[in-house]
Design a protein around this ligand. Structure first.
Ligand code: GLU
Length: 467
């Protein structure tokens, strides 16, 4: 019996902006796969591009991961702090003859490419400094620092079974002798990724399919290092509703815009999970179910379309499910910003229990709940229209009965019916003026529920002018 190695996955973002929705999906799939197998999920920050990497972008990644609840088991590892590891690996490849110093100047390389392009060939390094048995290399130019190139095999091909796309084969002659260290000795992108995946013992590399072309290079480097190969799965990209690559034009693409807009992380997780993976016809599932079900056999081969309406629908679903105290915490800062007077209103969780069925976002919920926390300022024309002399006696009767009625929704509903019957009115004739007097607006949840939540004292105070 051979023991299966523990699953080890990683998310390896470059901190050059915000955490993109596509990146979050990649992170989620890597995380869920590790969770499914009781494996290890690693966060690695690929910050070697010094011009484009920023501490703010690192923070945005950490914030996004935290908001989504994608906790890493190891890391975060920063590539800039691993330079000695890459240097050691470079030395190993030079030593074993899998890499060589190349003294061709940038101008020479450019001239080489020009010639090849002119001859209709694919531009590539011509191998001037590539050692071959029996070959004499040119004299080393004085004062020139060399790059290090990977001695890519000339023949054969790299083949891997991609977990999303199936078999992929790329001929070695399609690949150049890649520069793996710059003249100042700093290692280049593909080399760092290969070394890290090896040393971090990654078993499954799940990433966007913009990396498919890097994979054969990384596989060759891993093989030269004598490293075992991980399995690779390349996810198709995410498109906007118009079929173009998802971008700012389609709305928010930064994960951290979503909490600001009032989305719940579980809605985002559920949405991203379905954006390129399926479990039968299941559309709504918890993060626990996702971890239980997630596999790499049901990844979609075709690009997914980001559908903001479906995300909003899921968000509405999770808002309905959410605990009222948690919702209260989320809406409070938003409502405070709008000047909510919490001291003179009902308990917030009770209000949210009443309002949460109609909100697609926390922001909508907060706006709706304001109804209970500001002094009503009904429009004068609406007052004239609805609080007529014909209904005033009924309103006064209603207010009088409010003094002693049992304060439950059922008792309030029965009492309202009695008043309607006694004054021969229809429901809207009384409900509309009550809404106006109590809240200042005509659109509210069911009037008995609103009355119940406001409480006896507030209702009596607001009906006093007509009582
Ligand atoms: N740092 C790369 C990126 O952000 C990902 C590298 C990888 O997953 O191998 O696109």
């Amino acid at each position: 019996m051979t023991a299966t190695p523990q699953v080890r996955t990683r998310f390896a973002p470059s901190p050059t902006g915000y955490l993109h929705v596509g990146g979050a999906r990649t992170a989620l799939y890597s995380w869920a796969y590790a969770r499914h197998f009781g494996g290890v999920f690693i966060l690695r920050i690929e910050d070697t591009d010094l011009e484009r990497s920023t501490p703010e972008a690192v923070q945005a990644i950490l914030d996004g991961m935290q908001w989504l609840g994608l906790a890493h088991d190891e890391g975060p590892f920063y590539q800039m702090q691993r330079m000695d590891r890459y240097r050691a690996a470079l030395a190993k490849l030079l030593e074993s003859g899998h890499a060589y110093h190349c003294y061709s100047s940038p101008e020479e390389v450019e001239a080489m490419r020009e010639r090849q392009r002119a001859a209709g060939d694919k531009p590539r390094y011509d191998g001037t400094w590539r050692p071959e048995p029996g070959k004499t290399l040119p004299p080393v130019p004085a004062d020139r620092k060399p790059v290090i190139r990977f001695r890519n095999p000339l023949d054969g091909a790299v083949t891997w079974y991609d977990l999303v796309k199936g078999d992929i084969t790329i001929a070695n002659r399609e690949m150049d002798d890649l520069v793996i260290a710059r003249p100042d000795g700093t290692p280049t992108y593909n080399f760092c990724v290969a070394v890290d995946d090896w040393e971090m013992r990654i078993t499954h590399v799940i990433r966007g399919d913009d990396h498919v072309n890097n994979t054969p290079r990384q596989i060759n480097i891993l093989q030269a290092l004598g490293a075992p190969l991980p399995q690779y799965g390349h996810l198709p990209m995410i498109l906007g509703t118009d079929g173009e690559k998802l971008s700012k034009r389609h709305g928010a693409v930064s994960v951290m815009d979503y909490p600001a807009q009032g989305f719940l992380p579980e809605a985002m997780i559920n949405y991203l999970a379905r954006l390129g993976w399926s479990h039968g016809d299941d559309e709504v599932f918890s993060v626990e179910q996702l971890c239980q079900w997630f596999d790499l056999d049901h990844l979609s081969k075709s690009p997914a379309q980001f559908n903001p309406e479906k995300l909003a629908w899921l968000n509405a679903h999770y808002i309905k499910q959410a605990d009222n105290a948690r919702l209260a915490e989320l809406v409070t800062p938003r409502m405070t910003g709008e000047g909510a007077d919490f001291g003179n209103g009902p308990a917030l969780p009770a209000v949210l229990a009443l309002m949460k069925d109609r909100a697609a976002t926390i922001n909508e919920l907060a706006a709706a709940a304001m109804l209970f926390y500001r002094a009503p300022a009904p429009d004068a024309a609406l007052m004239t229209q609805h609080v007529t002399d014909a209904v005033r006696p009924a309103l006064a009767d209603y207010a009088a009965r409010c003094q002693s009625v049992a304060w439950t929704r059922e008792a309030l509903a029965a009492m309202l019916k009695e008043v309607l019957a006694a004054h021969k009115l229809k429901m809207p004739q009384l409900a509309m003026p009550l809404r106006l007097l109590l809240t200042g607006q005509l659109q509210t949840p069911a009037i008995d529920a609103v009355v119940e939540v406001f409480g006896r004292d507030t209702v009596l105070a607001r009906l006093a002018p007509v009582a």
